[in-house]
Design a protein. Structure first.
Length: 117
């Protein structure tokens, strides 16, 4: 199983970035796909997740600014980040979960997003 994130980088406050996560080795369409982030000295937190049916779940800090989407034909999940703030600076991780326990739980290697002028 591989989850490969891309699209991170340096952006100015108020700017936008789009992260992508390409999955392989899983039946992508049945997985809940999520984006998490971890800032220095802080715990990893949920940014947004999208279920197999398209329903989404958002962390409180990004509501209204970030959105998540998935392309099951391309086994890819996207995170569109708008109106970025310095506090959005973190390593962003792609996650794939299946089942309630969950039965399967996979992570990408992470991509750095830095919001700074």
């Amino acid at each position: 199983v591989q989850l490969v994130e891309s699209g991170g980088g340096l952006v100015q406050p108020g700017g936008s970035l789009r992260l992508s996560c390409a999955a392989s080795g899983i039946m992508f369409s049945i997985y809940t796909m999520g984006w998490y982030r971890q800032a220095p000295g802080k715990q990893r937190e949920l940014v947004l997740s999208i279920g197999s049916g398209g329903g989404t779940n958002a962390g409180d800090s990004v509501k209204g600014r970030f959105s998540i989407s998935r392309d099951n034909a391309k086994n890819t999940v996207f995170l569109q980040m708008n109106s970025l703030k310095s506090e959005d600076t973190a390593v962003y991780y792609c996650n794939a979960k299946y089942g309630l326990s969950p039965v399967a739980d996979y992570w990408g290697q992470g991509t750095q997003v830095t919001v700074s002028s």
